[in-house]
Structure formats: structure tokens, C-alpha cells
Design a protein around this ligand. Structure first.
Ligand code: GUN
Length: 285
């Protein structure tokens, strides 16, 4: 039976470390790290994320500023808010919750965020820095996966790592972080031929496609480490990942559950980025 990688416990441990690090930074500089979170419209899943982000800030001692804008907010209004937050010295990190309503241009908004406050690491400047291995900000979800692997004592160097999914938020940056950790990385996607043959080669399999229970035991090499980034809602309302946990757990050597695996780590990494942003800003003064 696989070891269950406990994202809740690892996340709580890192938040304790961040809390202590934040207290030391505040004592030294008198500056409170500040995160602004913008949400447009009433998507219930986004509202839950945003609430958890605010709660996370309070837990580690940051200042948090939330903006819940109506669904008919114009591009100009959203741009103006980003401009205002870019200029606000109390704010070190700006997060615009995605997806935005269809009439708004996401790329335009993400480009507008000052790269030094881009705690999601979505701005092309920060994406480029990740590509060359020069990190100011860690892409939150992939960084959460790396922290889970590290703190569970799982070696990456020399391992065959397979990532299913090539999104800008998870799949692509995930493959870069594994590569920088000296993994041999393959990225699979909807056009990959004989996917199961590729995934069965994986020592470490990371799944981020958003399809409930997609990865089954026959796709997993015995003893592989399986990381499930998926967060899907079944017809019965239950949360489930991209991995069929019941069938894969007996085959894997370690596995993340959903919920309680990767999910709690993402916000923790966002908090880490916010503290980094506050520290970098104080160095500039
Ligand atoms: N929507 C889903 N995940 C994320 C995330 O990590 N950051 C932002 N800004 N929006 C998201």
C-alpha cells in the first residue's frame, strides 16, 4: 500500500515556518507583507479559493485586501484597480483570480500587474525567469508539488518524470521545475499516442488535466510516486482528483489524496511568494 503524502500536514508545517519568518521580517523592517486578491463575478469555486487565500494571510500574519467586483466590471475598471494596487506601497502581491468573465481580456490584465508584485508568476517576465531557472516567484501549484516531494524524502534527480497536462498554470511550469531538479521529463497531452505506455515508464507521475479519475492502475508502474493535481466534482457532489485513487493506491509507492494533497499547498506557496515580494521591495528602499 502506498504512503499517503499528507498535504495538509506539510502545508501547516510550512505555514508555521512562514509565520515565524514573517514575524522576524516585521520586527526588522516594520513592514507588514500585503496581498491583494481580486475576483470578478460570482463563480462559487473562485469565491472559495479567495476566502481561503484571505484566511491563509491572516494565519501567517500578513495584511490582506480583497476586491469582489461585479460580473459586469469593464476592462478599464479592472485595469485601473491593478494600476492603483501597483502603486500602493502596502501591497506586495497582487492576485487576479482566474478565470475572468468572458468579456475581459486575461492576458491584458496579467501583463498589467507589476512583475515584482506578480505572486502567481503568470506575467511573461516571470514565466521567462522560470524557464532559465532564475526564480523570484515560484509558480504556486508546481512549487507546492515540489515541496511535497522534497518533504516526503522523494528524490527527483535521474528519475523518469511524466507530467500529464500542458497548461500554463500547471503542466508547463511543473515540467520546468522537475527538469531543474534533474529529472528526465516527458510532457503528455490530449494528442499523445499510447498514453498508458508512456505513463507506465514514470517513476514520478504528475497528473493535471481536470478529468475525474482518469488515471487508472494499468497506467502506473508498480512503485511509482503519483501526484494528483486534479480537483473535480463528481455528479454526487464529492470532490475527486484526476487519479482513480482506489485502484492506483495499491500499485504506487506514494500518492497524494484529493482533497488534502496538492490543494492545501498552492495557497501556502502563494503566501511564500508574498513574503518574498515584501522582502525584495524592502531591499529596494
Ligand atoms: N484559478 C485557478 N488556479 C488559480 C491560481 O493559482 N491563481 C489564479 N490567479 N487563479 C487561479
Amino acid at each position: 500500500m502506498a504512503m499517503r503524502i499528507d498535504g495538509k500536514a506539510i502545508s501547516a508545517q510550512i505555514r508555521e515556518e512562514l509565520k515565524a519568518e514573517c514575524a522576524a521580517f516585521v520586527a526588522e523592517t516594520g513592514v507588514l507583507p500585503g496581498l491583494a486578491v481580486i475576483i470578478v463575478g460570482e463563480d462559487p469555486a473562485s469565491q472559495v479559493y479567495v476566502r481561503n487565500k484571505k484566511k491563509g494571510c491572516e494565519e501567517v500574519g500578513f495584511f490582506s485586501d480583497g476586491y469582489e467586483l461585479p460580473a459586469d466590471t469593464t476592462q478599464e475598471e479592472l485595469n485601473a484597480l491593478v494600476d492603483r494596487l501597483n502603486a500602493d506601497e502596502r501591497i506586495h502581491g497582487i492576485l487576479v483570480q482566474l478565470p475572468l468573465p468572458k468579456h475581459l481580456n486575461e492576458t491584458e490584465v496579467l501583463l498589467r500587474i507589476d512583475p515584482s508584485k506578480d505572486v502567481d508568476a503568470f506575467h511573461p517576465y516571470n514565466v521567462g525567469k522560470i524557464m532559465i531557472g532564475d526564480y523570484s516567484f515560484l509558480p504556486c501549484t508546481p512549487a507546492g508539488v515540489m515541496a511535497l516531494l522534497e518533504r516526503s524524502g522523494i528524490e527527483i534527480a535521474g528519475k523518469k518524470c511524466v507530467v500529464i497536462g500542458r497548461s500554463n498554470i500547471v503542466g508547463k511550469p511543473m515540467s520546468m521545475l522537475l527538469l531543474h531538479a534533474n529529472g528526465t521529463v516527458t510532457v503528455c497531452h490530449s494528442k499523445t499516442r499510447d498514453l498508458a505506455a508512456v505513463t507506465r515508464e514514470a517513476d514520478i507521475l504528475v497528473v493535471a488535466i481536470g478529468r475525474a479519475d482518469f488515471v487508472t492502475a494499468d497506467m502506473v508502474k508498480p512503485g511509482a510516486v503519483v501526484i494528483d493535481v486534479g480537483m473535480n466534482r463528481r455528479a454526487d457532489g464529492k470532490l475527486t482528483g484526476d487519479v482513480d485513487f482506489a485502484s492506483v493506491e495499491p500499485v504506487a509507492s506514494a500518492i497524494t489524496p484529493v482533497p488534502g494533497g496538492v490543494g492545501p499547498m498552492t495557497i501556502t506557496m502563494l503566501l511564500k511568494n508574498t513574503l518574498t515580494a515584501a522582502k525584495l521591495a524592502s531591499l529596494k528602499k
